[in-house]
Write a protein that binds this ligand. Structure first.
Ligand SMILES: Nc1nc2c(ncn2[C@@H]2O[C@H](COP(=O)(O)OP(=O)(O)OP(=O)(O)O)[C@@H](O)[C@H]2O)c(=O)[nH]1
Length: 367
């Protein structure tokens, strides 16, 4: 039998994940069923995280309306931006509410992507309408980029698409809509590319760690289940062995060794308590002839039947065992000689009745 230690198996799993054998380029499990299981296991946490993020983003978008006002005053551009901001806030809160009611929405592609697209578009719109605050715009793009990586960790292709949209939008808005110096645009783009690289690597690392942990957890659960199964099987085997070691295979009563053990205990108890104890020997007469005449199979049947008779006339606390061959021993705690004689008589009657019944069955058999 091959014995593997749980620790070795767990470290084997860790190694497997470490070699990226289980993970694809998105640091997700190659096995779709395993990936789906992992996503189900983190759904509640992910939904909570997304809800918080959406509320935070809604608050930030609303707060930055004050900055719009301070730069643009109460002009047309301000109102255009305000409407865009309010629409974004409403979308964020609507999706947060939907996620709160049904956490499964957090893993749906459309709602979260639509909100992301709206947020990114409003940021780009702000750059277009307030072109003078380049530093703030670049900072807000960096924050938006990181937010995409952090809050949408399980949709890497969409995250990349969102960031590509942000970079392309920034480039277009900077070159077409505003008069930013090309050097500044280039530097900002480089910065954003670096932020993307950083975000990408960080998220890959995080995803990998989480899945590694999950794989180990699964492996540990599997090993625990197997250990429990093994313990149960061993206990069953032990019980079977104990039964076999104490029981006579033919009649099911205690075997000679076990009946001596039990009788010894009862004898000591009777001596200690000063109570009577009787021991009866049961011997089937002419058993050898019965065997010779009818065969051992019939002899076995008779022995089983005698054991059944003994059981039927004894109390729960009495001890019955097979002494050997066609001899049985009965230990009767708290029984004096008269009681033992009565039990013996009952047993003889039962055995005679049973034998007569069997003979009748035998005689009425079709030949
Ligand atoms: N069928 C069967 N026979 C057994 C078993 N164990 C022992 N025997 C047989 O039981 C017989 C016992 O013979 P004896 O000790 O002479 O017993 P008996 O023929 O009843 O003689 P008495 O006790 O003097 O009347 C032997 O023939 C054994 O082979 C068993 O498990 N099954």
């Amino acid at each position: 039998m091959l014995v593997t230690s749980p620790v070795r198996e767990a470290s084997g799993m860790r190694q497997l994940v470490g070699e990226a054998g289980l993970l694809n380029w998105q640091a997700e499990f190659r096995d779709p069923a395993l990936e789906a299981l992992f996503k189900r296991s983190i759904l509640a946490h992910h939904a909570c995280q997304l809800r918080l993020a959406l509320c935070l983003i809604a608050g930030l978008f609303l707060a930055f309306a004050a900055a719009d006002y301070s730069v643009l005053g109460l002009g047309g551009d301000f109102f255009i931006l305000l409407v865009a901001r309010l629409a974004t806030v409403a979308a964020c809160l609507a999706v947060a509410l939907a996620v709160w009611r049904r956490p499964g929405v957090a893993h749906r592609v459309l709602p979260v992507n639509l909100v992301s697209l709206l947020c990114l578009s409003v940021i780009l719109m702000t750059i277009l309408l307030r072109p003078i605050h380049t530093g703030i715009h670049v900072a807000s793009l960096v924050v938006a980029s990181m937010a995409l990586y952090l809050f949408l960790p399980n949709r890497l292709p969409w995250m990349l698409a969102g960031n590509a949209y942000l970079l392309a939008g920034f480039l277009t808005v900077s070159l077409v809509g505003s008069s930013l110096p090309p050097m500044l645009v280039m530097t900002s783009l480089l910065l954003l590319l670096f932020v993307n690289l950083l975000g990408w690597l960080t998220i890959l690392h995080l995803k990998r760690l989480k899945r590694e942990q999950f794989a180990l957890l699964l492996e540990e659960r599997h090993i625990n289940r197997r250990l429990k199964e093994e313990i149960r099987e061993r206990k069953e085997l032990e019980a079977r062995l104990r039964y076999m070691a104490c029981t006579d295979g033919l009649t099911g009563v205690a075997n000679r060794r076990h009946v001596f053990e039990l009788a010894g205990q009862e004898l000591r108890r009777a001596r200690r308590d000063g109570t009577p104890l009787s021991i009866c020997m049961v011997d089937v007469d002419l058993f050898k002839r019965l065997n010779d005449l009818h065969g051992h199979a019939v002899g076995d049947m008779v022995l089983t039947s005698v054991a059944g008779c003994c059981r039927s006339v004894l109390r729960e606390c009495d001890i019955l065992g097979r002494y050997g061959g066609e001899e049985f021993v009965i230990v009767l705690p708290l029984a004096d000689l008269a009681t033992a004689a009565a039990v013996g008589e009952r047993l003889r009657g039962c055995a005679a009745g049973s034998a007569a019944w069997r003979c009748r069955c035998w005689a009425s058999r079709p030949s």
